[in-house]
Design a protein around this ligand. Structure first.
Ligand SMILES: Nc1ncnc2c1ncn2[C@@H]1O[C@H](COP(=O)(O)OP(=O)(O)OP(=O)(O)O)[C@@H](O)[C@H]1O
Length: 253
């Protein structure tokens, strides 16, 4: 379970997160949706123990992230928006390195590496330098790295980015399985039909604030709109603006 209460994050004069609160229960996929720069990645980095909050309280599995970020990192699997990997290591070397710093027993590590390497189909890249791999393959390596310690909480920042349709489907099924096992998952994406497909509840974040939260059906009712894209555009005040821009483009052509 993740409990976020009155979270604020400032970068100098920039107020990136402006007092947000939400809860992600065990066995739930919570979608964090918002326009570029609205504060999704910042929130996810705080939940993963990577950034310290300026104000507010965040408990992950009952552990306070500000007081004990190292303990939080033990139970969280975090996939950043862009893979951050050691380019001069091979995936095999990276998995062994991550296994050793996380204290995963050798046989367990081998078992998990084999399982995920097969699931994501990267057998042929295991001995190549990460820096030479395609973006999608690096994303798969990043995902495997985040899953090796069998985390109870998953923080996935646009984790489907760059994945081919087959791998995206495998990851989707894996996430649904994790959810059935009772793990808590926070999932950000700009692909709204995907969010509609897998998220149990959604929080719409805009200018550092959660401006709407609920199941898809609850959001549809609140916004009087039929699909998540229209709900999202309405809530983020983009709908009229888009029509104006498209109209101006048509006139200028
Ligand atoms: N390290 C940093 N230093 C200064 N400002 C930052 C830093 N990280 C994020 N910000 C600012 O915080 C705000 C929120 O950024 P964030 O990356 O969380 O947005 P986002 O919703 O993840 O955007 P995107 O959809 O483009 O990935 C932005 O104004 C951004 O410029």
């Amino acid at each position: 379970m993740i409990e976020v209460d009155g979270l604020v994050k400032k970068f100098g004069d920039t107020l990136a997160i402006d007092g947000i609160s939400f809860t992600v229960y065990d066995g739930e996929i919570y979608g964090l949706l918002g326009p570029n720069g609205s504060g999704k990645s910042t929130t996810m980095k705080i939940l993963s123990g990577i950034l310290r909050p300026t104000e507010g309280k965040v408990l992950v599995g009952g552990i306070d992230v500000a007081k004990n970020p190292l303990e939080v990192k033990k139970i969280v699997g975090y996939v950043p928006e862009t893979p951050i990997l050691y380019e001069s290591l091979t995936p095999s070397e990276l998995f062994n390195f991550v296994g050793s710093i996380r204290g995963i027993p050798k046989n367990k590590l081998e078992e998990r590496v084999n399982y995920f390497v097969k699931a994501f189909g990267i057998e042929e890249y295991l001995e190549q330098f990460i820096g030479t791999l395609s973006f999608g393959t690096q994303q798969k390596v990043s995902l495997i790295t985040a899953l090796l310690h069998d985390p109870h909480v998953l923080i996935l920042d646009e984790a489907m980015n760059g994945l081919d349709p087959k791998t995206a489907r495998i990851l989707r099924e894996l996430l649904l399985e994790f959810k059935r096992e009772g793990r808590s998952i926070v999932f950000s994406t700009h692909v709204l039909p995907l969010a509609e497909m897998i998220c149990d509840r959604i929080g719409v974040i805009y200018k550092g604030k959660i401006i709407a939260e609920g199941t898809i059906n609850e959001l549809k009712e609140k916004a009087h709109e039929e699909n998540l894209e229209d709900i999202f555009l309405k809530l983020t005040e983009s709908k009229d603006e888009i029509y104006g821009i498209v109209q101006a483009l048509k006139e200028s052509l």
